[in-house]
Design a protein around this ligand. Structure first.
Ligand code: FAD
Ligand code: FES
Length: 269
């Protein structure tokens, strides 16, 4: 049981900070936690939300009393709406860190981070981790490309260090374009990249296809409906070139080369 230590409205999203006194202080970017509010979680007329919901952690800071975890969330249904109503000092039941996160860039390539909407969340801690490694090695920091629906969603871009390139569906921030257009331009300019992407399935599929055509290595942080988060329920299986895998234990970060498609039935919103 963690304790909520901060809540902040960030345009269309909520940034929730929880202090985890018992979990490891070093989750790896791309890993996730199963979250449930301690109170008002199921048991109502329709027993929803009931099951915990999966969230990538966006940032983690070791503190004296434990690790402070930031989660960026978008309220899309009963679970996320309850979590978006959390207040400081409330309990947050969490299980994690779970799954396999991002792996180092392929030798001789520079990392290129591509986020769509709430998919920006796991890229935040990955940018921090890459920047720490870069400052040790003297390499240039990773480029960040972000696409959002509207200016309210695009406020999440302010959480990133440096100057991420931002486009929106309605043109209210940056140009009116899809983030995959930015990716194509960036790969035309400098093809020697390892792409890290997180976002809705159609965006991930466009990233996968683009990188496959150009022989660019890519890692995709994917979603599927998760009931347990640790391999027990088989609710999260996705097809790969080598058969079905449980996304919660073999992912959520998958090598794009392992996938025929990133369009997973039942995932995304
Ligand atoms: C590994 C992982 C990491 C995630 N990280 C984040 C994050 O950092 N921030 C965030 O806001 N959300 C994240 N999600 C998605 C989040 O888990 C769903 O938004 C949440 O489960 C929705 O629950 P709900 O009760 O609010 O809505 P529901 O009523 O359960 O669903 C509302 C809508 O969202 C779709 N949906 C529900 N659950 C999922 C799911 N697990 N994956 C994809 N679509 C779903 C449904 O089809 C429906 O259209 C992540 C999901 C996974 C699997
Ligand atoms: S969520 Fe239960 S097996 Fe993956």
């Amino acid at each position: 049981m963690a304790v909520v230590s901060g809540v902040e409205r960030l345009g269309a999203y909520d940034l929730i900070t929880a202090l985890d006194r018992f979990g490891p202080a070093d989750p790896r970017p791309g890993q996730f936690y199963m979250l449930a509010a301690a109170g008002e979680w199921g048991g109502g007329a329709d027993e929803r939300p009931y099951l915990p919901r999966a969230f990538s952690y966006a940032r983690a800071r070791a503190e004296d009393e434990g690790v402070a975890l930031d989660f960026l969330l978008e309220a899309v249904g009963p679970g996320t709406e309850r979590l978006s109503r959390l207040a400081p000092d409330e309990g947050l039941a969490l299980v994690g860190p779970l799954g396999v996160g991002f792996r180092a860039p392929a030798r001789g390539t520079r990392p290129l981070l591509v986020g769509g909407g709430i998919g920006a969340a796991p890229l935040l801690c990955w940018q921090e981790t890459l920047a720490a490694a870069d400052s040790a090695s003297g390499d240039a920091s990773a480029a960040v490309l972000l696409g959002f629906r509207t200016a309210a969603h695009a406020q999440a871009a302010a959480l990133f260090a440096g100057q991420p390139e931002v486009v929106t569906d309605d043109g209210s921030v940056g140009r009116q374009a899809l983030v995959t257009e930015l990716l194509a331009t960036e790969l035309d300019r400098a093809p020697n990249a390892t792409v890290y992407a997180c976002g809705p399935p159609p965006m991930l599929e466009a990233v996968r296809a683009l990188c496959s055509e150009r022989d660019v290595p890519a890692q995709l942080a994917m979603e599927s409906g998760m009931a347990c988060g640790f391999g027990a329920c088989f609710g999260c299986v996705v097809p790969t070139r080598n058969g079905y895998v449980r996304l919660c234990v073999d992912g959520p970060v998958m090598d794009a080369a392992e996938l025929e498609t990133a369009l997973v039935a039942g995932a995304g919103h």
